[in-house]
Design a protein around this ligand. Structure first.
Ligand code: CTP
Length: 396
């Protein structure tokens, strides 16, 4: 899949740099050539010797190395690859990239390249969550830089949260996707995600507590396998992933229209928490309190997007729904699968005792024509990756 490709791997200065040795091994095993670039910080964590030994090539470290320039100028070096990968991408490297700095070899290559760039951020959780880093991330994403991770978990610094660099296998998948090489290459997948907002009047609305986390993770996992993803999202609190076509909607009706406009597709995954009803007598002007007394809202049923796609003349080959249940999960979800006419239902128990709603993990039961399959409790990103892999299998 990655055979015959060349990856320029920029290793930044973070403890996660040690994982790059494994990444180089995986890339070489897949038939890719690796041009390693070690920053001054990176060289504090891994030695040029171990990087060169695994890559089977010399390591580039200095911008003003006349020998390097004589052999291969830095402009040429920045372009002699199919993809630039920055791992670990430290807060400092991200800031340099966002600011357009070119004061060392790594930042200069990143400025001079005409190739796509994939970053695998890794840093302390507070540094990751700092507004400056999030600002830089938004700028980089806007510039078309691809990202993989970071993951949440225990960190080398003793804290817990997002900031751990993605695992080498995940970076491999992202590299494959960036090069358009995954098992879903050439496939189009529609993903609905997040809550819907149903207006009461121009300033008020009815909503639900969906964060859109599972839908966003799923879109990213499908993208990482090479799919072209149409991501149709309500007003979610989690940002949409990079590298997918985003359509932002507010209402269920607008979400249905966007989903239909995205057809034809090979698969549709309805992960959105769509409002079942909308306000039929929504005010054209802000409803005032006063003489008219308490407003009375009348409701109309919203279209069921999952059923609409399942029964459409251009029905995708695979239609997947979600079901949040609080009891008899498998039985309710099996009935829902039949009622909605979809192929699979991804069901989960959202009883408060499970801590799943709003949490980082999910324990799902996959309902297919063959019955119910209980998956172990896993991080939501891992559930997304497993589901994406199953979707790739089903469409193969
Ligand atoms: N769904 C949809 N359009 C709607 C309502 C739900 O596409 N108007 C989809 C959801 O995206 C999800 C699935 O249907 O994939 C199940 O949603 P859920 O809210 O669990 O189902 P309901 O039909 O609302 O069933 P109930 O509330 O009775 O459990």
């Amino acid at each position: 899949m990655l055979a015959g490709r060349r990856i320029t791997l920029i290793i930044g200065g973070g403890i996660a740099a040690y994982k790059c040795l494994e990444l180089i091994r995986l890339l070489r095993g897949a038939g890719s050539a690796v041009t390693p670039v070690l920053t001054a910080g990176g060289a504090q964590f891994v030695t040029p010797l171990s990087v060169a030994a695994l890559a089977g090539e010399r390591v580039f470290q200095d911008l003003f190395d006349l020998k390097d320039e004589a052999e291969m100028g830095h402009i040429e070096l920045s372009r002699a690859a199919d993809l630039l990968v920055v791992a670990p991408a430290t807060a400092d490297l991200m800031a340099k990239m966002a600011g357009g700095h070119a004061d060392d070899l790594a930042s200069t290559l990143l400025m001079a390249t005409d190739k796509r760039v994939l970053i695998a951020p890794a840093m302390n959780v507070r540094m990751w969550e700092h507004p400056a880093t999030q600002r830089n991330l938004a700028m980089l994403t806007g510039d078309g830089v691809l990202t993989v991770g970071p993951n949440a978990g225990d960190m080398a610094c003793g804290e817990f949260g997002p900031g751990r660099m993605a695992e080498p296998s995940e970076i491999m998948a992202a590299i494959g996707a960036a090069l358009g090489d995954g098992p879903l290459k050439g496939r189009h997948v529609i993903v609905t995600s997040g809550p819907t907002h149903e207006p009461i009047d121009p300033v008020r609305y009815i909503a639900n507590r969906s964060s859109g986390a599972q839908g966003a993770a799923l879109a990213a996992a499908l993208r990482d396998l090479g799919a072209r993803v149409s991501f149709i999202t309500g007003p979610a609190s989690v940002p949409p992933p990079a590298g997918v076509a985003v359509t932002r909607v507010e209402t269920a009706v607008a979400m249905r229209d966007a989903a239909l406009a995205a057809l034809p597709a090979d698969a549709a995954i309805c992960a959105a928490a769509v409002a079942d009803w909308r306000v039929a007598n929504a005010g054209a002007q802000k409803i005032k309190k006063g003489a008219a007394g308490l407003p009375v809202l009348e409701f109309a049923e919203n279209p069921d997007i999952l059923t609409t796609l399942s029964t459409h003349a251009q029905r995708p080959a695979l239609v997947v729904g979600f079901a949040a249940e609080t009891e008899d999960v498998a039985a309710h979800a099996t009935a829902k699968r039949a009622r909605k006419g979809c192929d699979w239902i991804v069901a989960n128990d959202v009883s408060p005792a499970t801590g799943i709603m709003g949490g980082a993990e999910n324990a799902v039961t996959l309902i297919t024509a063959d019955g119910a399959e209980d998956w172990p409790r896993l991080p939501k990103a891992e559930v997304a990756r497993r589901l994406a892999a199953r979707i790739a299998e089903a469409l193969a």
